[in-house]
Write a new protein. Structure first.
Length: 195
C-alpha cells in the first residue's frame, strides 16, 4: 500500500515539474510599449507604463543566451585554462606554484604536494536523435527548453565564479609561501657566508 502511495506521489511531483517547465517556455505576447521611452544603455530603457515610471530591459533571446554562454565559457577558461590555446588558467598556475613551493631550492623535499584534480563544470554532451529532416538529409537533433539551457548556464557561471575565487585565494597563499621561503633561503645563505 505504501509503495503505491509513494509511486502516486512521485508521479504527481514529476508531472507538476514538467507542467511548470512547459509553462515557462510557452510563447506569450508581451506588452513592451512605454510612453516617453528613452534609451539608458544598450538593452535598457526608461519610460512610463501603467502611469508608473519603469526601467525595462528588453533582449533578443538568442543574443542573451549567446552572451551568457560566452561569459560562462570565459570564466571556465580563466579557471581551468584552454588546451587548444595553450593556457593554464588559475588551476594550472596553482599546480605549478605548489610544485615550486616544495622544491629543493626553497628548502622542500622536491616532491609535489597533492592537489585536487581539476573538476570542469560545463558538460555539453547532448543525446542526439538520428533521422531524416524535412529535406531528406541525415541529421542528428537534440532539443531542450530555452529556460533549461539558461538555468543550466546560470548555475555553471555561479559555480565557476566560486571556483575562480577559491583558486585565486589558493594561488595567493602559495605565492606568499614561495616569497617567504625565498627570503628564508636568502637569510640562511647570508648567515652561512658570514660564518
Amino acid at each position: 500500500m505504501s509503495k503505491i502511495l509513494v509511486s502516486i506521489l512521485a508521479l504527481g511531483i514529476l508531472s507538476g515539474c514538467a507542467t511548470q517547465l512547459e509553462k515557462r517556455n510557452e510563447v506569450k505576447d508581451l506588452d513592451t510599449m512605454m510612453d516617453k521611452k528613452e534609451n539608458i544603455k544598450g538593452d535598457e530603457s526608461v519610460g512610463i507604463k501603467d502611469n508608473k515610471f519603469r526601467i525595462q530591459k528588453k533582449v533578443l533571446l538568442a543574443e542573451e543566451l549567446r552572451r551568457l554562454e560566452n561569459v560562462t565559457y570565459g570564466i571556465e577558461y580563466e579557471v581551468y585554462g584552454n588546451r587548444e590555446y595553450g593556457t593554464k588558467g588559475l588551476y594550472g598556475a596553482y599546480r605549478d606554484c605548489k610544485t615550486e613551493e616544495n622544491s629543493v631550492a626553497l628548502g622542500g623535499d622536491g616532491t609535489m604536494s597533492p592537489i585536487e584534480a581539476p573538476a570542469p563544470v560545463i558538460n555539453e554532451e547532448s543525446k542526439l536523435d538520428f533521422g531524416l529532416d524535412e529535406k531528406g538529409d541525415m541529421v542528428g537533433v537534440s532539443e531542450e527548453y530555452l529556460s533549461e539551457r539558461i538555468d543550466r548556464f546560470q548555475k555553471y557561471r555561479k559555480i565557476l565564479k566560486k571556483r575562480r575565487s577559491e583558486y585565486e585565494t589558493k594561488l595567493g597563499i602559495c605565492e606568499n609561501n614561495i616569497k617567504n621561503a625565498k627570503i628564508k633561503m636568502k637569510n640562511k645563505s647570508a648567515k652561512a657566508s658570514d660564518n
